[in-house]
Design a protein around this ligand. Structure first.
Ligand code: ZN
Length: 302
């Protein structure tokens, strides 16, 4: 019999993402290969070996979507006032202050206008690094204003969701944003203007339960976690093992919750083509497909 026994297992990192040394090499959590960060930036944060999609920041997302990575940001000065004077493990006011300092943004969404393949569009991109991309009063207000701006300019709206859901620290006020944004999207719909919802990893909670599922086309990135409650919460509640791939894009496509899954490297082309169809713009004649081994053409295959 051994004298010493290890009773505790080492802490398991759920994402298994190792970024050592910071900023130079990244280990792909899917295929395990070491990727040079500069290559990863060029491939839009998609692993060139296995097509694993890394999470993108809101600014990276906007740079990828807008022509020449140029856009005009709206309502960037809006900041939460901590309406409930909320405290959990730390005061919400302090949490906001440190997150604003860390991310350089005032809340969890950037709303901007610009062009996608020359089509004027309003895009809202959520920032997961800002308190899990959670939706509080500011996120709700900025997205609703974005929808109203699209309505005023008669331009399409695209929302890129990346969020853990409604922001607990703003309680019922954050839940009201679901109704507010949905109402603004309803006005856009009645005016005959398209709204495309892009669901990225993760899109959960109140965001899924409102605007993320209301797109004229709901487009998901591969293997993104999309759901209302997380799989762990459901498993603990129903005390059953969930099927493989539950709440991933592919499962939801099969069940009809999302319309199409597209590789991020083809996303911009798909958005532009869809908007051309919705707005009755003439199709763009693209050059013939590149030879094997050449960089991928952004025309979607789906
Ligand atoms: Zn990989």
């Amino acid at each position: 019999m051994a004298w010493f026994k290890k009773t505790r297992k080492p802490i398991d990192n759920p994402d298994k993402v190792s970024r050592v040394p910071e900023g130079l090499w990244v280990k792909c959590p899917s295929c395990g290969r070491a990727l040079y960060n500069k290559d990863l930036v060029e491939s839009l944060q998609v692993c060139p070996h296995c097509a694993h999609h890394f999470r993108m920041s809101a600014t990276e997302r906007l740079s990828m979507l807008f022509d020449e990575a140029r856009w005009v940001e709206h309502d960037s000065g809006l900041q939460s006032l901590d309406p409930l004077s909320f405290t959990d493990t730390k005061a919400y006011r302090d949490r906001l202050a440190t997150t604003i300092k860390k991310t350089g943004q005032n809340d969890a969404v950037i709303v901007a206008s610009g062009t996608i393949e020359e089509i004027p569009v309003v895009v809202a991109a959520m920032e997961y690094a800002f308190i899990g991309g959670s939706m509080g009063v500011v996120v709700g207000e900025k997205i609703a204003r974005g929808a109203e701006r699209a309505l005023a300019n008669r331009s399409p709206l695209v929302i890129v969701s990346c969020s853990g859901g409604a922001r607990m620290m703003e309680g019922a006020l954050s839940l009201m944003q679901m109704a507010k944004i949905s109402a603004a999207l309803g006005r856009l719909d009645r005016a005959g203007l398209p709204y495309l919802s892009i669901l990225t990893d993760p899109t959960t909670g109140g965001v899924t339960a409102s605007f993320a599922m209301l797109g004229d086309l709901n487009i998901a990135e591969p293997k993104a976690l999309i759901g209302f409650a997380g799989p762990r919460v459901i498993e603990q509640t129903i005390r059953q093992k969930l099927p493989d791939g539950f709440q991933r894009s592919e499962f939801l496509l099969e069940k009809g919750f999302v319309d199409v899954i597209v590789d991020r490297r083809e996303l911009k082309g798909l958005i532009a083509n869809t908007l051309r169809v919705f707005t009755g713009r003439p199709a763009v004649v693209r050059p013939p497909a590149p030879a094997p081994g050449a960089p991928a053409d952004p025309t979607p295959s789906a």
